[in-house]
Design a protein. Structure first.
Length: 456
């Protein structure tokens, strides 16, 4: 850019000097012409005395004076400062002086002086010398013009070469930029591929570990249910037998007491009532551990019993709308546990006055919901130690369903679960798919899990 600007400035100055050279040449030619006109009119006046020659003579001298001023302002500095220019001015002044002397002598009527000047060769020699000096000035101006023209061409070539070099440099810089951009893009692509590979590996690990944790959680959930069922059977068989035997023994002893043993009879009656309370407590614990009504009476009856007992214990009004559903045993247990956990939370925290429990049957799924008018809560602001909703969600999702929790502080809460309906064939296919997924996650066929009953 700097080279181009400097070349442009120098070329402009050189072109101006070329114009000055042309102007100097034209001015010198015009001076010679005007001097010839002045000399012609001067001689005409000197020979004839006709004053008509004086006007063009005077005009020619005035024109010469103006042309000299133009020459001083328009000629190149090399011409103005040269010895040829000094000689040119001196010769011009001498010639003008000679013509002025002749005219003055003619005006003073001194014909002998006029004839001497006219017939002598002084004017001719001065004019010849002036013409030669004018030719020298013109040649000098033309030489300057030629030199400056060559300088202009040289500057143009320099500018052309500079422009070409700039273009080449720009192309080279663009080439470097393209290569650098390509290298950066390739590096970015490689980095992106590495990140994607790491992400895929992490996602694969997350899926694998999620599958393992899900399988473990499902196993633990099933183990808990199996342990509950085992404990319920033990309580029903062992503790039930003991309490029943004790009650029968009390009845046998009571029948053999004399009628006047009122105090003993009252104590036995109190013992019988205590045994009845123990049997009722045993029955309630068994139902909490493993609701026998679920397998004996079905889901609807079990939910009615559960809600009725909750209403009796808590004093909260419970409104039910239960439709019969066709689900497998695990799905029915999932719905039962969801309602049980929701009612437990309502009894502990909700401070509700009324609860609605709904069970709806659809073509492809069943939907259960528990709604209360209590204080509500923020689902996103639950304590870390709260696992009730987390357990419900896992249990529902393990059955292939979805759990929704809708609640706001001061506006109650609603917990709803959607459980898909599957046929026996679909259940078998799902179990096979889960088993295959687990085998892939462990890179080998998993060892069969031993339930608690089998371990015993």
């Amino acid at each position: 850019m700097w080279l181009n600007e400097d070349t442009h400035r120098r070329a402009t100055q050189t072109l101006l000097e070329i114009q000055q050279g042309h102007a100097a040449r034209a001015t010198v030619n015009m001076l010679v012409r005007r001097l010839v006109e002045a000399e012609s009119n001067q001689r005409g006046y000197a020979l004839t005395g006709d004053r008509a020659y004086l006007e063009p003579y005077t005009a020619a001298l005035e024109s010469i004076d103006g042309l000299l001023k133009q020459l001083n302002t328009r000629a190149p500095r090399e011409v103005l400062d040269s010895d040829a220019m000094l000689s040119f001015r001196n010769l011009l002044s001498q010639k003008i002086g000679e013509m002025a002397l002749t005219v003055r002598m003619r005006q003073e009527d001194r014909p002998e002086v006029v004839n001497f000047v006219v017939t002598s060769n002084v004017g001719l020699e001065q004019m010849r010398a002036f013409s030669l000096q004018a030719d020298a000035l013109i040649a000098q101006a033309e030489a300057i013009v030629a030199t400056k023209r060559a300088e202009v061409f040289r500057l143009l070539n320099v500018s052309r070469f500079g422009l070409a070099a700039g273009v080449l440099a720009a192309f080279f810089a663009f080439f470097l930029y393209v290569n650098q951009t390509r290298a950066l893009r390739e590096a970015d692509s490689r980095q992106k591929q590495l990140l994607e590979a790491e992400r895929d590996a992490l996602e694969s690990q997350v899926r694998e570990r999620t599958a393992r944790l899900t399988e473990l959680a499902n196993y633990l959930q099933q183990a808990v249910e199996d342990e509950r069922a085992h404990l319920a059977r033990e309580l029903h068989d062992e503790l039930g037998a003991l309490l029943t035997a004790a009650k029968l023994n009390v009845a046998r002893v009571k029948s053999k007491l004399p009628k006047d043993a009122v105090d003993v009879t009252e104590r036995l009656q109190h013992l019988t009532e205590t045994l009845n309370q123990g049997i009722a407590l045993k029955r309630r614990i068994i139902e909490d551990l493993r609701p026998s009504s679920l397998s004996n009476l079905g889901l609807v009856a079990s939910l009615e019993i559960l809600t009725r007992e909750f209403a009796d214990r808590s004093g909260i009004e419970v409104v039910t709308a239960l439709e019969p559903v066709d689900l497998d045993a695990n799905s029915e247990l999932t719905i039962y546990r969801l309602v049980q956990e929701a009612l437990t939370n309502i009894g502990k925290y909700a401070k509700a006055n009324k609860v609605h429990v709904n069970l709806k049957n659809y073509v492809y799924h069943a939907e259960v919901s528990v709604t209360d008018d209590g204080v509500g809560f923020d689902p996103a602001d639950l304590p870390q130690s709260s696992h009730g909703l987390v357990g419900m969600r896992h249990r529902v999702e393990a059955s292939g369903g979805r759990l929704d929790v809708n609640s706001q502080p001061g506006r109650g809460s609603r917990v709803s679960g959607t459980i898909p309906r599957r046929s026996a064939k679909q259940q078998q296919e799902l179990a096979a798919a889960v088993s295959a997924m687990s085998a892939d996650s462990y890179k080998a066929s998993p060892a069969p899990l031993t339930p608690p009953d089998a371990a015993r």
